[in-house]
Design a protein around this ligand. Structure first.
Ligand code: ADP
Length: 687
């Protein structure tokens, strides 16, 4: 048997040497009987060295027990194939794809095993990689947020081929003339596979609903020209085509979609194409929303009674960017050092869109007269400080800015305006800001009239206050006058002496001059109080104002035996105020206090006046030892016409409040826990 086997093998020898595959024959005991050239190349063992040696020992790689199992299988089945790890002569590992076949003798008994082997060490890398790719692709295919379709296009390809045969050259024209061809093609485009997203997006229950069917249901008639385009792209061998279109879903919806078909390179000859569908419904809806909101904005813009100007800020932003690159951070300081920047800033802006109200306010014939105008022509020099402040606000990226100002109309006349700027991030992004101008000429006039009225009231109230003080004033003026007349008489007597004492006369004379001056001062103060001069703000030391007011009250305090306490903090900053109005306020508060103390028959009337700096502003307080303020009156004290006095007007405190608030301060009243009332007001210090 071995011989027969040997001769068989000998015959095989030259034959198998010509093969690229490794061919090895071993007997059932594992001894190597045949070893061809390709085996030498694959395993590195020379034929002479390996013939007759135990096969498994030489090529050991796979686990021996595994090999026993495989050989058993071979003996049972006559054949086995698979992949085995083998070691080469130099100890390297090889992955070999092997096929084993049992060779039988003439009696049908197995005698030897022939093995064909192919080195797939390198090949397997590629295969593994491609398997991995396929896996990745599947995962991707499933996981993509987009809907993916693998379509069998082969029948459509045939249809296109028939057209070529029939001599069609201009496919576009043909498709246009034969929509039925497109319909037929759609009906022949078959679904090979889809991902889960497709199932969801197209309203199917499962992938099986779609696989195997055609795409007809998804292409509504109005979108089929897009399908035709994808055919053209295929004919023209474009690698891919993307179009926005509308597709139908199985549950009867329409889908705004980005349709992408791609013929992966090398696929042109084959029948499948890959289609991606991205749902644009959200985007389309969002776009519609944006369009709608723009429309709303436009409508609002036009309908607003406020004049609105869209200002193009492209160049203005460039200016700011230049400042930024130069490292400018403190814009206010920069404006000090480069006053020209303000004009450059104004020149960099022009009017974009305007509304009807803007046309009206600016006295333009129509919108075109305003659009494109440089912003600078609306700003009189006197209003430039407002521009300056708005520049600073804009540089600091503030969203809004608002100030009352004066603007030029187109014809150069002035108009009182409330100037507002809206620079929301959304607007900024579009390189624009929205400027609103409200015509406040009437409001300004009304405010002026109100101020006039208030000052007239204040005047009337001062006169009535002076009226209350008449007795005191008469006394105050009378005193120096009486002294003058006494001194005059005394002087005359000194002069009529035989030896006139001139020194004495000189002294008396000096006294008379100073008394006359005192009287004149009192008269001047009263005249100032009584006059109806327009309010005039000036820097004043607060304590001085208080002291002068006290002088008014001098006689009144003495007459009522009021104990006066002054607690005036030294070194207070100036305030900016109208002297007369402020004195009026203090005198008014003091008179009220004295009246209340008298009414309540206060045994030891006491009045305390104090000034101090509190929280960066002046705080004035006047305290009395009267009955205090009944809680039910507290909220009404400063109302006009609120009075508890029989002959009272109830205007005093309301005028005090007007005066203090017009000066930027606050006024309020409180009770002193130990008894009496305290009235307080604040005023900002002058800057
Ligand atoms: P009139 O003095 O004409 O009453 P005012 O506006 O000056 O008007 O004062 C309104 C009211 O406030 C007074 O009638 C009085 O009831 C109350 N009032 C004012 N000052 C004091 C005070 N120091 N203590 C208690 N009540 C006061």
């Amino acid at each position: 048997m071995p011989e027969a086997k040997g001769s068989e093998v000998d015959l095989l020898g030259p034959l198998v040497d010509g093969l690229a595959e490794s061919v090895i024959v071993r007997d059932l005991g594992g001894r190597i009987l045949l070893w061809n050239k390709a085996s030498e190349a694959l395993y590195g063992f020379a034929r002479d060295a390996i013939l007759g040696r135990p096969f498994h020992d030489c090529l050991e790689g796979s686990h021996p027990s595994a090999l026993v199992r495989l050989e058993r299988h071979l003996l049972e089945q006559g054949h086995w194939e698979g992949e085995l790890k083998r070691s080469t002569a130099s100890g390297e590992e090889r992955l070999v794809e092997v096929r084993w076949t049992l060779l039988r003798g003439p009696d049908g008994q197995p005698v030897s095993i022939i093995e064909y082997g192919r080195d797939i060490t390198r090949l397997s890398d590629i295969e593994v990689e491609s398997r991995l790719q396929a896996h990745r692709y599947r995962n991707l295919f499933q996981a993509m947020a987009a809907s993916f379709w693998e379509l069998d296009f082969s029948r459509v390809r045939k249809m296109l081929g028939q057209l070529v045969h029939a001599g069609v050259e201009d496919f576009r024209a043909y498709f246009e003339a034969h929509p039925e061809f497109i319909d037929a093609a759609v009906a022949e485009t078959r679904v090979v596979d889809v991902n889960d997203k497709t199932v969801m997006l197209f309203g199917a229950n499962s992938r099986e609903d779609l696989i195997g069917g055609t795409v007809s249901a998804f292409w509504p008639p109005e979108s089929r020209h897009i399908y035709a385009e994808s055919l053209l792209a295929s004919v023209n061998r474009l690698p891919a085509l993307s179009r926005e279109t509308r597709l139908s879903t199985l549950d009867g919806r329409m889908l705004d979609a980005l349709f992408t078909v791609c013929w992966p390179s090398g696929h042109h000859g084959r029948g499948t194409v890959l289609v991606g569908v991205i749902d644009l419904s959200d985007r389309v809806a969002a776009e519609q929303e944006v369009r709608a909101s723009e429309l709303r904005y436009r409508n609002l813009f036009q309908a607003m009674s406020t004049a609105l100007f869209q200002i193009d800020t492209t160049r203005q932003r460039q200016l700011f960017a230049q400042l930024a690159t130069r490292g400018v951070e403190d814009i206010a300081a920069h404006l000090e050092s480069d006053p020209g920047f303000l004009n450059a800033y104004l020149d960099a802006m022009s009017v974009g869109e305007v509304n009807e109200a803007a046309v009206r306010i600016m006295g333009a014939k129509d919108r075109r007269e305003l659009i494109g105008q440089p912003v600078s022509r609306f700003w009189p020099p006197s209003s430039l400080p407002v521009v300056r402040r708005s520049l600073v606000s804009s540089f600091r990226q503030h969203v809004t800015f608002e100030q009352e100002t004066v603007n030029y109309r187109l014809d150069g006349t002035e108009i009182n305006t409330l100037f507002t700027v809206n620079a929301s991030p959304e607007l900024r992004e579009r390189n624009m800001v929205l400027v609103g101008l409200t015509d406040i000429t009437e409001r300004v006039a009304a405010q002026k009239a109100l101020r006039q009225l208030q000052s007239e009231f204040a005047h009337a109230s001062r006169l009535s206050m002076l009226g209350e003080l008449t007795a005191s004033i008469a006394h105050e003026v009378n005193q120096p006058l009486a002294a003058i007349s006494t001194n005059g008489a005394a002087g005359a007597r000194w002069l009529s002496r035989p030896q006139p004492d001139l020194d004495e006369v000189r002294t008396i004379h000096a006294n008379m001059v100073s008394d006359a001056k005192r009287a004149a001062d009192i008269i001047a103060r009263i005249r100032a109080m009584a006059s109806n001069k327009a309010a005039e703000r000036q820097r004043l030391p607060p304590n001085q104002v208080v002291e002068e007011a006290v002088r008014f009250l001098h006689h009144e305090l003495m007459a009522h035996e009021v104990d006066l306490h002054l607690a005036l903090t030294g070194g207070l900053p100036d305030i900016e105020a109208d002297r007369v109005q402020l004195q009026q306020t203090i005198v008014n508060l003091a008179l009220n206090a004295m009246q209340e103390m008298k009414r309540a028959h206060c045994p030891r009337p006491r009045l305390g006046l104090s000034t101090l700096a509190d929280n960066g502003e002046l705080r004035f307080a006047i305290e009395d030892s009267g009955p205090g303020i009944p809680p039910e009156h507290h909220d009404r004290l400063f109302e006009s016409f609120f009075t508890t006095k029989e002959s009272g007007l109830g205007m005093g405190l309301s005028i005090c409040r007007n005066i203090i608030e017009a000066h930027g301060g606050r006024i309020w009243a409180e009770n002193i826990p130990s008894g009496g009332a305290r009235f307080l007001f604040t005023l900002p210090f002058a800057r």
